[in-house]
Write a protein of this length. Structure first.
Length: 328
């Protein structure tokens, strides 16, 4: 800055005012300073300005895994929404979802200078009362049951599940089997609880769920077991990827979909309409989840006050060709 001031024949304060687009500098002086900046290859240091002002226009995102469709699409939506607001995103994956790892991630994000943090952590770690995030941090948590202590944005897991089960029962199926997600997943637990409740409300017995790990391969392995169940006519899979594996297993075992077994998924991934047959599924609005996460943390930054409570993003049932009345 001192070099620019010398070349332009002005004070360093004038250079600073030009660099920060402050008013009060006449046009001839502004052009002379900008020409000197170009000659010397000078660029204002945004990091230094952020440190001086105490605002970095960066949102930190802590996530446990990027191997699931939901996490990836939520992250994409957060990045897009942040960019619309003029914010950058700093991603910090957590290798192992432990309390120490999460606390360490917050410490590292503090060193990287962020204004607020969004946590995408589907395991139950953040639900434990013993885990407290750093005080005064502006945070929104995705997919959690920690709304009494933090601001949470979540898809309406229970509502989407109830719609899926009711759809199958309304078609005439006596009960609905469940291909569940992993035990440590909050979303998987919510969907399993809602599945049981929907069957109980209808006076139907809930078969023992078969569990996968969100992957198509686990859905295939579970599907081989489900295909051997003689009374099986309908399956609610906790996500579309496992439903894809289930469709393969049923096909290999000679169980036609939907003539013999109806299959419904959860997520409505872009490829679900191209499954064979096209998959009936519950649509999650990941873009809206991302928008509400960014809006939530920026509201906290502007008000300089943390928030609590849970915001649910509605789901909707997308009916395609993988479900039908039993025996059709």
């Amino acid at each position: 800055m001192a070099d620019v001031a010398r070349v332009a024949g002005v004070s360093s304060q004038t250079v600073s005012r030009v660099a920060n687009a402050f008013p009060g500098v006449n046009e001839e002086t502004r052009q002379r300073v900008q020409a000197a900046m170009g000659e010397l290859g000078y660029h204002p240091n945004s990091a230094a300005r952020a440190l001086k002002r105490g605002a970095f226009h960066t949102i930190g995102v802590i996530t446990f895994t990027l191997s699931t469709t939901g996490n990836v699409r939520t992250l994409e939506a957060i990045a897009a929404s942040a960019a619309e607001e003029g914010y950058a995103v700093t991603l910090l994956p957590v290798a192992v979802p432990t309390q120490d790892e999460v606390r360490g991630a917050f410490s590292r994000l503090g060193e990287l200078a962020v204004d607020a943090v969004i946590v995408i952590m589907e395991v139950h770690l953040l639900d434990a009362a013993r885990l407290a995030l750093p005080p005064h941090v502006k945070v929104v948590v995705v997919d959690s049951d920690a709304g009494d202590r933090y601001a949470v944005v979540d898809t309406d897991q229970a509502g989407g599940t109830r719609a899926a089960v009711r759809h199958l029962l309304d078609l005439g199926h006596r009960t609905v089997w469940h291909l569940a997600g992993p035990e440590d997943s909050f979303a998987a637990e919510r969907r399993t609880v809602a599945w049981r409740a929907a069957l109980a409300e209808a006076g139907r017995e809930a078969p023992e769920p078969v569990r996968g790990d969100w992957s198509a391969e686990s859905g295939y392995r579970a599907g081989l077991r489900l295909a051997e169940q003689p009374g099986l006519t309908a399956v609610f899979a906790a996500n579309d990827q496992m439903a894809l594996g289930l469709l393969r297993a049923l096909h290999e075992r000679g169980r036609r979909v939907p003539e013999d077994v109806s299959v419904i998924g959860f997520d409505d991934i872009p490829e679900s309409g191209s499954f064979l047959p096209p998959l009936t599924t519950v649509h999650q609005d990941f873009a809206e989840v991302g928008r509400r996460c960014v809006a939530g943390v920026l509201r906290q930054v502007e008000q300089d006050e943390a928030e609590r409570g849970t915001t649910l993003v509605p789901t909707r049932l997308v009916v395609r060709s993988s479900t039908a009345a039993p025996g059709v």
